[in-house]
Design a protein. Structure first.
Length: 637
């Protein structure tokens, strides 16, 4: 798990701020949001008896109702999350709250250990830098939001944005920060009474491809901001009854669930056919909120049972991370892109579009109970469209607006070996700073170096990779959808050092998918056999064999991944990597690695040489001036 905050945090300003009208700004200067968590401590005598993860649940394991609090495994099972393969990998969930929770990293780690959850990736930030004051109520809110977003999407990155205060202006600055730093789902478990002029703040929540969730409130039938914004998905509350295995026995309205008819905001188009008040109705959806059916939370070293609509907003954000993970794998834009009101437009279309029919069963319709307004069949201001049936709504949201075109193949980072400069006519063994990891006698060579002077120019750019003897290089590549692929590349034998007979293998996750011996000093195109992978990240490696023995070298360039039955995909040169400075050959002369051969793509190419190695899935990030020099330059030829 990443540390919650570096010892000397870098102060980052907001990339964008919205200017509020003077009267609204004045109202915000004295407007304070409140957290929504409702909690009671777990008695000290019970701490040692906290449950971990139960055994696997079966569909026929229903039994007698058991009282809350409920565990992560029970909640995941109750809502069907445990029937999904997605885990949020590649997604960022922003949690926007006020003040600081100084122990959130330690509490999250303890929470994960208790319930056998994967380690989390947590990033903690404050707009403008610094560390806010600590507030006990907001600290508990932060713990609830972070831990339970992680429960639903355990591989997503959690970006915790701690506003300097609970003033609405500070919290909205936190919302801006979350969007500017790449979150595609934002949880806001706070609010206050709606007010005239709130619609002028809608631009904070109107960002294509970003979904915003807000708790609807914990005081019964009442309307709160920001849940009332038509660009925000308001989350109401339910009382959940489960058996010990997590099977749902009943779900009814929680009496404290916020909701109602706005006094100021006109009815958005997506609610036409669902209600006829002429005004915005909230909530839009619902989730378990009753503290009597609440959830375990670890905060500042203590255990609590927590409820409130605050619990639902981060979990809906977690579900959206699963959706956007699937949409990314399918080559689709993030949820809500191109819709007039973002994700809310999509949620109501799944519910029937012009009225509540719930054709695919994406929602569990809450029809019993009251928050001051009784629940009804279909949409109501107690629980909105209902609670999620995750195993149905997540696939349907992934598929929404997509075509039957297969997703694109994953993009190879630095496919032409240009991210790290070997220097004019230079070469480098085992360079760092590229998406590729080079091991032993492998590296990069520019055109016309002591390595490449006997070969044509690089096919792509001015550098190539080289494999010498049994060296290797590898790269973990993200974004694979499940399916069959091939790896393509161009390769040549070294042309200025005797008769090179280097052979090498291409591996995916350690499995050999092709063995090659380039037949010419001219670059030729090669492709592996078709192979099949699951969705996720997979490591592609090139490993020298040197079966003939001796000082043999092959050059490789223009690496790509393609769908087995489709066209070769685009290749990306120099993704966002800070390049290590070039290291020239001795006296600036062509180096032994790349004599006078221009590389296929750019002034340099990768090479494999020397000692064999196992493919590694490593990521390298460099910042400032902390760049590592090449370990070996001109050491062999």
């Amino acid at each position: 798990m990443k540390p919650a905050r570096p010892a000397s945090p870098r102060v980052e300003g907001l990339e964008s701020r919205k200017l509020l009208s003077a009267d609204v700004l004045a109202s915000l200067s004295s407007s304070f949001a409140r957290p929504g968590a409702i909690a009671r401590p777990v008695p000290a005598s019970s701490v040692g008896q906290l449950p971990g993860r139960p055994a696997a649940f079966g569909p026929n394991a229903a039994g007698a109702a058991v009282p809350g609090p409920y565990t992560p495994a029970q909640i995941r099972h109750a809502y069907g999350v445990d029937q999904l393969a997605n885990d949020g990998a590649g997604q960022t969930i922003a949690i926007v709250d006020a003040y600081d929770n100084p122990t959130i990293a330690q509490d999250l780690a303890a929470f994960d250990r208790q319930f056998n959850l994967p380690d989390a990736t947590l990033i903690k930030a404050t707009p403008g830098g610094g560390t806010p004051a600590v507030d006990a109520g907001w600290a508990l809110e932060i713990a609830l939001d972070v831990e339970w977003a992680h429960v639903i999407a355990p591989k997503a990155t959690i970006l915790l944005v701690e506003a300097n205060s609970n003033n609405d202006a500070d919290l909205l600055a936190g919302v801006d920060y979350a969007v500017a730093h790449g979150a595609q789902q934002v949880s806001m478990s706070w609010g206050g009474g709606e007010f005239n002029g709130a619609s002028s703040l809608d631009p904070y929540f109107n960002h294509p491809g970003v979904t915003f969730f807000a708790s609807a409130g914990d005081s019964g039938a009442a309307v709160e901001f920001p849940a009332v914004s038509p660009y925000v998905t308001g989350v109401g509350g339910t009382t959940l009854s489960l058996d010990a295995a997590g099977n749902k026995i009943s779900e009814t309205v929680w009496a404290g669930s916020g909701g109602g008819v706005s006094a100021y905001v006109p009815r958005p188009s997506y609610q036409a056919g669902f209600q006829n008040t002429g005004r915005r109705n909230v909530p839009d959806v619902a989730y378990d909120a009753d503290v009597n059916s609440g959830v375990y939370v670890r905060n500042q070293g203590n255990w609590y049972v927590v409820g409130g609509t605050s619990a639902g907003a981060p979990q809906w954000a977690g579900l959206t991370a699963l959706v956007n993970q699937g949409r990314a794998a399918a080559g689709s834009s993030p949820l809500g892109t191109g819709q007039a009101f973002g994700t809310n437009s999509v949620l109501y279309q799944l519910a029937g579009g012009t009225g509540y029919t719930n054709p695919n069963g994406d929602y569990f319709d809450i029809t019993q109970g009251s928050n001051g307004t009784p629940a009804t069949t279909g949409y109501d201001t107690a629980t909105g469209l209902g609670s999620p049936v995750a195993n149905k709504i997540v696939p349907d949201l992934i598929a929404f607006g997509t075509t039957t075109t297969p997703p694109a193949a994953p993009v190879v980072g630095d496919a032409g070996f240009e991210a790290v400069a070997a220097g004019p006519a230079g070469y480098a063994y085992d360079p760092t700073g590229s998406p590729w990891s080079f091991v032993a006698a492998a590296g990069l060579s520019a055109n016309n170096s002591a390595f490449t002077s006997g070969n044509p120019a690089a096919p792509q750019g001015s550098q190539v990779a080289f494999l010498q003897e049994t060296g290797s290089f590898s790269q973990p590549i993200a974004g694979w959808a499940a399916g069959s692929y091939t790896v393509g590349f161009q390769a040549a034998q070294r042309g200025n050092y005797g008769t090179s007979r280097e052979d090498f293998q291409v591996l995916v996750d350690g499995a050999v998918v092709g063995t090659f011996t380039p037949g010419s000093v001219a670059y030729q195109s090669y492709s592996t056999a078709s192979f099949t992978v699951a969705a996720g990240t997979h490591t592609v490696a090139f490993r020298g064999l040197d079966t003939a023995g001796g000082d043999n070298t092959a050059f490789i360039d223009s690496v790509s991944v393609a769908r087995a039955a489709g066209a070769r995909i685009r290749q990306v040169t120099n993704p966002s990597v800070v390049a290590t400075p070039a290291v020239p050959g001795p006296s600036g002369a062509p180096t032994a690695a790349t004599p006078a051969t221009p590389t296929p793509r750019g002034p340099r190419a990768a090479f494999v040489a020397g000692v064999g190695s196992t493919p590694r899935a490593s990521h390298f990030r460099f910042a400032g001036d902390g760049r590592d020099p090449f370990a070996r330059v001109g050491a062999r030829a």
